[in-house]
Ligand binder design. Structure first.
Ligand code: HEC
Ligand code: HEC
Length: 648
């Protein structure tokens, strides 16, 4: 179950939430349910098969956690009560869903920190590509030939729940393996890495092939490989020779077999069949680490550390984190994490600025790539320099290039005619470019392609930065008047003012619009502007009673809410590291990590270290005890099953 906590204005503003105090919370939740839900969810045939009796005791917070979670989510999303039934106010519904979320968390954490599930997962497209690259030492983007992976869990495409293997995948992976081995067979570097033995005087062809496979298999499968498995692939080699293939061709044929093996394509961790929580195996831990921070297979050093049994020592893990982040391969982590977390992948898709209005984005490939990479490289610098993650909100430095300097119209200290390489540089005072907020990529994905929207930008900050997304808009809200007669010379603020005056609309919009207004100085592609529709920009914003002007003061307001920000970042990164959606139990881990990061000056490496040292990252839960199926398997199906086959 995936829960996003809904936080009412009171919490967002940093003041204590007076309503729903813990002791009365449960009673209040019941009166909320009586008022708005009872009409349909009680009696002998409750609607949707859901009776409120199931959630009428405090013990149900644990026993019926999934039901409570779905109530909180459906109330937050405005789906329950359905259209037509008496509606709670936005404040009421947020109070209920926030209280339920926190009560659920407290109930789940009462039992201590638990590791949570460790699902089997296929290497996703990027991981597959990077693993082939490192295994065969070829520089080839093989992934582009594979089907794209959907996002799951905390919004990332490495989430196990989406990484099943369809027939289409199997076919494409077969093709990719052939392509990769054909390519490697022609590459000098790759041949050197793979063909470590040759048939020669005193060495038979089979012996040479065996040597080659013995070296390759443990790297490909990311753990020691029993002799029987090696024999399997030597068998492939022999079969290919018998069919008349040349020696080398037969070796690459066997390697192709390795690349389509489930042991290569999947990350399988042997299940924990004991009754207690256990550390994951040494080699599995090595893979968890390398797929988290490199998106690829473990290197020799990691495999050695696993072999020696040292990898599981916290001090060793900590020192490896720094080393791995400084390695070039961590760029892939920064890119996949940042672009999916902040939504900047959409810059080349649904959020692409309109080519007619912003031709420079469309025409200038260099500029486009600088814009897209800026937040990625910025984040990677925070990691490698071990700077505070709060620098994402505001910072004294940024990633600059000569193209970006031109777009910014800020005197960035980029030497003219210098190489166009992105560099880490200090910003001039009051540049309005600290942190991610002034970055063109962020300003573009929180706009419409053809105009800025304080509403979208505010919603983006609430969701991506603070992890407190506004409830989805109600249906049938009239769109803003676009370039209609008379609208052209009204500023965005004037156009939005109408619904800010309406109490129903204001219940959501007072939270979003006020944040977005402070960013109105940035146009769709992040250029600084002082006028909109021929009138000076009024960049005053507000969040409840807090008033501020411009992006500089907005950054301060966000820094005042740093705990929300860090918690959200931790949620995202833990979900990414574990490659799955977070569960309620994981929120206890998140609490512990946030505390650790706070105690370490919010350092970026402290965050990564705390994730790597966390219980879910290093430990494995016992296999759930299979409950005997209540429904007997029909004899017909049972008869069709072969012995030893399991019915899904
Ligand atoms: C006007 C009738 C009505 C009211 C009032 C109502 N619901 Fe529902 N509810 C339904 C219907 C119809 C379904 C089944 C369709 C669906 O799932 O959307 C349903 C389904 C549900 C489910 C999913 C059931 C399941 O087993 O997964 C939950 C949870 C739920 N409602 C919670 C609530 C809560 C909480 C409230 C009060 C805030 C509420 N409902 C008010 C009609 C209602
Ligand atoms: C339950 C929360 C909620 C309520 C209530 C609400 N909205 Fe919204 N509204 C949103 C969200 C969230 C968005 C951003 C939509 C998106 O992400 O695409 C939005 C977007 C909009 C937009 C588009 C802004 C733009 O730049 O084009 C308009 C216009 C709007 N709402 C008007 C209204 C009006 C008028 C009302 C009252 C009748 C209202 N809304 C009530 C949540 C709400």
């Amino acid at each position: 179950m995936r829960l996003r906590c809904a936080i009412p204005l009171a919490v967002l503003l940093g003041c204590a939430a007076p309503v729903y105090a813990q002791d009365q919370g449960f009673a209040r939740s019941q009166s909320f349910l009586k008022t708005y839900c009872q009409a349909c969810h009680q009696g002998s045939s409750p609607v949707g098969g859901f009776h409120l009796d199931r959630v009428s005791t405090p013990a149900s917070l644990k026993a019926e956690a999934a039901k409570w979670g779905s109530m909180a989510r459906r109330v937050h999303n405005g789906e329950m009560p359905p259209k037509g039934a008496p509606k709670p106010t936005v404040d009421e519904l947020e109070q209920f869903s926030q209280w339920a979320t926190q009560a659920l968390r407290a109930a789940a954490c009462a039992g201590g920190i638990k590791p949570g599930p460790a699902p089997i997962r296929r290497l996703n497209r990027d991981e597959y590509s990077a693993t082939i690259r490192d295994l065969l030492d070829i520089h080839l983007d093989i992934g582009s030939a594979l089907p794209a992976d959907g996002g799951g869990g905390e919004g990332f495409d490495n989430a196990a729940e989406t990484l099943f293997l369809s027939p289409i995948h199997s076919e494409k992976y077969m093709e990719a393996a052939k392509f990769a081995t054909d390519f490697a067979a022609k590459e000098f570097k790759s041949r050197q890495k793979l063909l470590i033995a040759k048939p020669g005087p005193g060495v038979s062809e089979e012996q040479a092939a065996r040597k080659i496979l013995e070296a390759l298999l443990p790297r490909a499968f990311r753990q020691p490989v029993p002799a029987a498995d090696v024999a399997l692939y030597v068998g492939l080699f022999n079969a290919a020779r018998k069919q008349g293939r040349e020696y080398e061709e037969a070796v690459f044929f066997a390697i192709r077999g390795v690349l389509v093996s489930p042991k290569f394509l999947f990350r399988v961790e042997p299940p924990n069949r004991t009754a207690a929580v256990q550390p994951v195996g040494d080699y599995q831990l090595a893979s968890r680490l390398s797929y988290f921070l490199w998106g690829s297979m473990p290197d020799e050093l990691l495999l050695d550390a696993a072999a020696s049994g040292k990898l599981r020592e916290p001090a060793v893990l900590k020192s490896l984190v720094g080393r791995m982040l400084r390695n070039d391969r961590s760029l892939g982590f920064a890119q996949r994490f940042i672009e999916q977390w902040l939504g900047t992948r959409d810059l080349v898709g649904t959020k692409k600025p309109d080519p007619k209005l912003y031709p420079m984005f469309d025409n200038d490939e260099e500029l486009r790539s600088d814009i897209r990479l800026q937040p990625v490289l910025f984040f990677r610098e925070l990691l490698t320099r071990d700077l505070p993650v709060l620098d994402l909100i505001d910072s004294t430095h940024t990633i600059g290039t000569s193209n970006l300097a031109k777009l910014y119209e800020v005197k960035l200290p980029v030497p003219r005619d210098a190489s166009k390489q992105p560099r880490w540089m200090e910003l001039p005072p009051n540049s309005n470019r600290g942190g991610i907020l002034g970055m063109p990529a962020i300003m573009a994905v929180s706009s419409y392609p053809y105009r800025t929207s304080p509403v979208l930008r505010g919603a983006w900050i609430l969701d991506a930065m603070l992890g407190t997304p506004p409830p989805p808009p109600p249906p049938n809200v009239p769109a803003l008047e676009e370039a209609k007669a008379g609208a052209a010379n009204r500023t965005m603020r004037q156009r939005l003012a109408d619904h800010r005056a309406n109490a129903v609309c204001a219940s959501c919009h007072s939270r979003m619009d006020g944040l977005g207004f402070a960013l109105e100085n940035y146009d769709v592609i992040g250029r600084w502007r002082t006028e909109d529709a021929g009138q000076p920009i009024d960049n005053s914003g507000d969040l409840g009673p807090v008033h501020f002007k411009g992006s500089g003061e907005l950054r301060k307001v966000l820094l005042d809410r740093k705990d929300l920000f860090v918690r959200n970042l931790t949620n995202k990164m833990l979900g990414f590291a574990l490659g799955r959606g977070l569960t309620l139990e994981d929120s206890c881990t998140v609490d512990a990590i946030v505390e650790e990061v706070r105690n370490n000056g919010y350092r970026a490496q402290a965050l990564v270290e705390a994730i790597v040292l966390s219980v879910p990252f290093r430990y494995q839960a016992p296999l759930p005890v299979a409950k005997p199926s209540a429904v007997p398997v029909p004899t017909k199906v049972a008869a069709l099953q072969r012995p030893g086959e399991r019915k899904e």
